[in-house]
Design a protein around this ligand. Structure first.
Ligand code: NAD
Length: 498
């Protein structure tokens, strides 16, 4: 066991980044940032309000023409420099993220920071590869289509993967030539602020990235409705997603939404059971289940349920809960007190609706865990129609439902309003592809779960939202096509013969 030192609070950036300057909010208000392991305050950050959104949008607007005109490879070079700088900062960033979110530092080191680096590197390389097209139109005309940046984009980040999601949002938006006003969650602003420091350090022009720490119903709402913002990209709950759509209507801005999920994880009778056990545990217990793509519904063939559960419950019970800064910890606390209470409330809901709690279902005991927002890895039965079968719990909380036929498995998988991630475990190639095509989801993993890469489009269908992050798709999302017609040597007969 190695317990890492928390980062020195005096080193943590706590102000707003507007026009390249670190400033207080005009109202002088602040937000306490809480360590979910100890329940105590880490630091106090500036609280932006609506008037600060005005300042940030003005700074982003001022920076937009220069940033859009900069050679694309120069924008790419800055993103590549940022990726290198973040890579060198891994020790600091991983500890900061662990302290603020409760992610085990092991995961921050192995997943959150490397994935953040990979994302900025991918979009750094992508910046000068966004090509237009030439359309074969009528003889004598040249029609070419360019892709232009939108201008100023607003980005709203949730608390579950604040560092990684900051890169998913900034990477493509900046590569495509937009300037940004980004708002991290009021619960987890620290790693986004650190990225802001590194952005300034590697030489991004002032105003290209502006960071506002503040609440959703003030700053978030104002970003969504601001007429100076041409697109808003939001990750968070489906209910807030609906409010974003309404707020965006004023200037009809583009909207991209990455919302909740209730991922089906189907285990067929021919699955490699040990692999399915390991993959299913990662699918739901990684990051304490606080992932929109979590595999929160195990849908399993009745003939393999017992052998699967024997191993799966054993694994769940063996997961080491503890201090996020301890390198041996495999599961930390949930990220906030409010969320902790919400997740625990679902255990009562499940019991009332007749679920059997197979494992977990409590706040764990032990002196070292007593102040943190912990929930045991929880496995329970559920049937369609139960709230725990259809509502996103967003905790280490997985339901188990059995099936007899492939058709039944598919109906169960598609029996919720969400459609984000889905997994299936089988050795039958035809069944795997047939089901992958039929599942109502934006992403399907076959014999694996929760794989992500900046090259592969990420997003959902149904009430999981629309639009895609990552990959070439996201470069399209952050640009708009312009069709330009040239009369090269067309013979255009007069339309009015006078
Ligand atoms: P949330 O949707 O309230 O917050 C996400 C972000 O939106 C935060 O930055 C928040 O400040 C901002 N926000 C809140 N209200 C806003 C508004 N009116 N206008 C603009 N921005 C606003 O999510 P939450 O309360 O933190 O979590 C609640 C539930 O949402 C979770 O239990 C989970 O089910 C879901 N969730 C999903 C994801 C995801 O990755 N898809 C992430 C976080 C939460």
């Amino acid at each position: 066991m190695a317990k890492l030192e928390p980062v020195a609070t005096s080193s943590i950036q706590t102000k707003l980044l507007i026009g390249g300057q670190w400033v207080d909010g005009l109202a002088g208000a602040t937000i306490d940032v809480i360590d979910p392991y100890t329940g105590s305050k880490i630091v106090t950050v500036a609280e932006a309000r609506e008037e600060d959104v005005e300042r940030a949008v003005a700074a982003a607007q001022a920076a937009a023409p220069g940033w859009a005109k900069m050679a694309a490879h120069e924008r790419g070079r800055l993103l590549l420099k940022l990726a290198d700088r973040i890579e060198a900062d891994i020790d600091y960033l991983a500890r900061l993220e662990a302290q603020n979110t409760g992610h085990p530092v092991r995961d921050c080191m192995n997943l959150d920071v490397p994935r953040t680096v990979l994302c900025f590197r991918y979009f750094g390389g992508m910046a000068d590869k966004l090509e237009g097209s030439v359309v074969p139109v009528d003889a004598g005309f040249l029609n070419y289509v360019t892709r232009e940046p939108i201008g100023v984009v607003g980005q709203i980040v949730p608390w579950n993967f604040p560092l990684m999601f900051t890169s998913w949002k900034l990477g493509p938006a900046l590569a495509a030539g937009n300037t940004v006003v980004i708002k991290p969650s009021e619960i987890t602003p620290l790693s986004t602020l650190r990225i802001g420091e590194l952005i300034s350090e590697v030489g991004f022009p002032p105003g290209v990235v502006n960071i506002l720490t503040g609440y959703g119903d003030t700053v978030g709402q104002r970003i969504a409705e601001h007429r100076g913002i041409g697109k808003v990209s939001f990750t968070g709950s489906t209910n807030v997603g609906r409010r974003i759509v309404q707020a965006s209507a004023g200037n009809l801005k583009k909207v991209q939404l990455e919302l909740g999920g209730k991922g089906p994880n189907i285990i067929f009778e021919d699955a490699n059971i040990p692999a399915a056990v390991g993959g299913s545990a990662f699918a739901i217990f990684h990051n304490q289940g606080q992932a929109c793509i979590a595999g929160s519904r195990i849908i399993i063939h009745e003939s393999v349920k017992d052998q699967f559960l024997e191993r799966f419950v054993g694994l769940a019970k063996s997961i080491k809960l503890g201090d996020p800064l301890d390198t041996d910890t495999e599961m930390g606390p949930l990220t906030s007190k409010v969320h902790h209470e919400r997740v625990l409330s679902f255990i009562e809901v499940a019991k009332q609706q007749g679920s059997e709690i197979i494992s977990g279902g409590r706040t764990p005991e032990g002196e070292s865990l007593s102040k943190g927002y912990f929930v045991e890895p929880t496995i329970l039965t559920a049937k369609p129609g139960d709230r725990v079968f259809s509502e996103e719990v967003f905790g280490p909380f997985v339901s188990v439902t059995t099936f007899k036929t492939d058709e039944e498995a598919l109906a169960l998988a598609n029996g919720v309003s969400y459609g984000l991630g889905a997994g299936l475990w089988t050795r039958d190639l035809q069944r795997a592809h047939r089901l992958a095509n039929a599942i109502h989801a934006g992403m399907v993993w076959i014999n694996c779960y929760k794989r992500v890469h900046p090259g592969s489009p990420f997003g959902g269908v149904g009430e999981s939202g629309y639009g895609r992050e990552m990959g070439f798709e996201s470069m399209r999302e952050y640009t708009q096509p312009k069709s330009i017609w040239v009369n090269v040597d067309a013979d255009i007969p007069p339309f009015y013969r006078r």
